[in-house]
Design a protein. Structure first.
Lengths: 228, 300
């Protein structure tokens, strides 16, 4: 997909993020459909705050964010701590994504069926079918990350914000999760902003990689375009 | 660090001294009843309280008992059962009221202009003890269990509601953030995210409230709001303390049983239940056999 031709899903203009003091300033960026953008850098420099600001959870200190996604279900967010309901089952957690991503008013008669189909497909894709009724708290860390991924896949967002959701995963789990997410992004044309500690992995899976240095977002290079 | 510890210790010692000074002023400096009352109590216990009048656990003379076991027609059973029924209904109604109101009082779920008035309402229902509510409802609906149920329901809404909104405010923020970013509505977040996430705490509080209402239900009878308290009041009025003692023992046994039941129910939902614990049977087995039995159970 040629990213440059399509209308941006998110436009960040002169954006400064932080709480009292700006952590990252003067961010100008366009995120187009199908694009994967990674942000790397050490801890505590504002990467998560940037993601939370794009997700609408923190107000920007300066500048603006224009999102061109549906208000409900258009934005997917996997927080660092995954945001799962620990006492609820895998199905319930994944069902939240499907609920956000489907609209009852559009097709009221088939809504329930569509929703359950999305849930079972996403759970099966993540290899969690035998754990569907288990409370999430009983699952291992790797399995919980797969539940969070399944929730996002069931939601089918246009823009996915993922905060270090690949860290602390073993190689097998990473393979399953990354492949499923990349397939979804390719099929749907959705975009992803990923915070990643592992620079090699970030470079490998993304089209553009940014690092945070001295409070500014600096682009590395457009790897995939170079490879192509 | 050491300086901080010293400050905390000084505050602790100061608080205890303040409590002693205030207590001294309350009793007018006369501490003698506290130390001289032992003989009185022993005399009261031997002459008036013990042995309890166990005949209250037998069938009443009137009306005629139709149950095969006389205990089920006894004053203790009938009174206690009525108290438990009142507590059960009040806890269920109060829980429904509280669970509908508490999300509106949690500051992480709604803006302050909504949470503030809801909190004021809850504080108002909580500010009067259920005994005072009972007096008010007796004036409205008359003597009997209805006044008792309404009194406990009102108090439960305020008390349980406070526990619930504090539980909700204390929950982890990441599930809330993920669902807000997804675009779920406030009601979806409340019922599909917050309540399931806080479910263990809410269940625990519900069981505590039931036990609390059973204990308080025994007191409500003192003002004519039904239950075992009616009999307690009756016998206290006649200075028949052996009968009162019987009812106190019955209440004690029921409260302990409820506590055990509540622990048992909670064990199904808390995280401890995820780890298979040794069964009671293993306590009576020799160590090697106990380990074998436990391992067999864990393999299931």
């Amino acid at each position: 997909m040629n990213h440059a031709d399509s209308k941006p899903l998110a436009t960040l203009e002169n954006l400064s993020v932080g709480y009292d003091e700006p952590l990252i300033s003067k961010i100008n960026m366009e995120i187009r459909p199908g694009e994967i953008i990674s942000i790397v850098g050490s801890s505590g420099i504002g990467k998560t705050t940037l993601l939370r600001t794009i997700a609408g959870l923190v107000a920007p200190l300066e500048g603006s964010i224009n999102l061109n996604v549906q208000q409900r279900g258009g934005l997917g967010y996997i927080p660092q701590k995954l945001g799962l309901i620990r006492h609820a089952s895998v199905t319930h957690n994944v069902g939240l994504g499907a609920r956000a991503g489907t609209n009852f008013r559009e097709e009221p008669l088939t809504w329930w069926k569509r929703r359950s189909e999305r849930v079972s497909e996403a759970i099966a894709l993540m290899g969690l079918s035998d754990k569907a009724d288990e409370p999430v708290r009983r699952l291992s860390g790797g399995q919980q990350k797969r539940v969070a991924t399944a929730r996002t896949l069931a939601q089918q967002p246009q823009l996915l914000l993922a905060d270090e959701f690949l860290s602390e995963l073993d190689e097998d789990n990473i393979e399953v999760v990354v492949q499923a997410v990349l397939n979804y992004l390719e099929k749907s044309g959705a975009a992803m902003i990923l915070i990643e500690h592992n620079i090699a992995r970030a470079v490998e899976i993304s089209h553009r990689t940014f690092s945070v240095r001295e409070g500014r977002l600096t682009e590395f290079t457009d790897h995939r375009s170079e490879q192509e | 660090m050491i300086r901080r510890k010293t400050t905390f210790s000084l505050i602790g010692v100061g608080t205890v001294i303040a409590a002693i000074v205030v207590f001294d002023s309350l009793i007018g400096g006369d501490w003698s009843p506290l130390f001289g009352g032992k003989e009185n109590f022993i005399e009261f216990w031997q002459e008036d309280l013990w042995p309890p009048d166990w005949s209250l656990l037998e069938a009443r003379k009137y009306p005629a008992c139709e149950a095969s076991i006389g205990f089920f027609c006894s004053k203790a059973y009938i009174g206690m059962l009525e108290t438990i029924k009142m507590a059960f209904v009040a806890t269920v109604l109060g829980f429904i009221g509280a669970i509908l109101l508490s999300p509106l009082a949690a500051r992480n779920l709604v803006p302050k202009f909504i949470s503030f008035p809801v909190r004021i309402f809850m504080a108002a229902t909580r500010s009067l003890p259920s005994l005072i509510w009972a007096v008010i409802f007796i004036a409205i609906v008359g003597l009997g269990p209805l006044a008792g149920v309404l009194a406990m329901t009102f108090y439960t809404i305020g008390y349980l509601g406070k526990l619930q909104y504090e539980e909700m405010e204390g929950m982890r923020s990441d599930p809330l953030e993920a669902s807000r970013a997804m675009g779920l509505s406030r009601s979806e977040i409340t019922f599909l995210v917050v309540i399931p996430e806080a479910s263990n705490g809410l269940l625990s509080q519900l069981l505590f409230m039931f036990e609390y209402n059973v204990r308080h239900g025994t007191v409500l009878g003192l003002v004519g709001a039904g239950g075992i308290g009616y009999y307690l009041n009756f016998y206290i009025g006649l200075f028949m303390y052996r009968q009162v003692m019987t009812f106190i023992i019955v209440i004690f046994v029921v409260v302990v049983l409820l506590d055990i039941l509540s622990m048992f129910v909670r064990s199904f939902v808390n995280e401890e239940s995820d780890v298979k614990r040794p069964s009671w049977k293993t306590i009576f087995l020799p160590p090697e056999a106990a380990v074998k039995e436990h391992l067999e159970n864990t393999d299931e």
